[in-house]
Design a protein around this ligand. Structure first.
Ligand SMILES: [Mg+2]
Length: 180
């Protein structure tokens, strides 16, 4: 059975909308994911914010409140029938618990037993990594396996197969587009 490694932030959950909403409210700005042309968010915020943009990610409860991306939960439920589905996510220091609770609440059919925390996703056994972060996609591809990008402006320089949403990801697997 094929093992799918699936990222959480910006693949299963919509982190950017809530993260940017909090930033925009605090700094009176109009940041959105469409404006992110690279992975370093601090480039796109007001100078008085800078790297403090990442402090929002340490606000208690943020990761527990995130909404799933369209179609993610239903697609995962279907894919789980024919694939070994494992969530692989990196976490801020204080977000581990929120992330586990989110998975138990929204994805009980996957559950915390299939949740792996790692900043080195290329070291995890699996046939395919579905992710959005350029460093993860590049490192996994570098291990000789298939990395698939959830398409965002900030990852378009990474030379891997990409999909625009969960419907396309599921369809590509069903069609055997990537030979698995
Ligand atoms: Mg991510």
């Amino acid at each position: 059975m094929t093992t799918l490694l699936v990222d959480m932030d910006s693949v299963i959950v919509d982190l950017m909308s809530e993260w940017h909403r909090r930033y925009n409210e605090r700094y009176h700005d109009t940041l959105s994911v469409a404006k992110l042309r690279s992975w370093d968010s601090e480039i796109y915020v007001k100078p008085e914010c800078g790297v403090k943009i990442y402090d929002f990610l340490d606000e208690p409860g943020l990761f527990l409140e995130l909404q799933p991306l369209p179609g993610a939960i239903d697609a995962l439920r279907r894919l789980k029938r024919s694939h070994d589905v494992v969530i692989v996510t990196s976490s801020r220091t204080y977000a581990y618990t929120d992330k586990e609770l989110w998975v138990e609440r929204h994805l009980p059919f996957i559950g915390k037993r299939n949740l792996i925390y790692s900043h080195r996703k290329e070291l995890i056994c699996g046939d395919l990594l579905f992710d959005d972060a350029p460093p993860n996609l590049e490192a996994f591809r570098g291990s000789g396996r298939l990395a698939v990008a959830m398409d965002y402006p900030y990852n378009r320089d990474v030379d891997v197969p990409r999909v625009s949403d969960w419907q396309e990801f599921e369809q590509a697997l069903t069609d055997g587009r990537w030979g698995m």
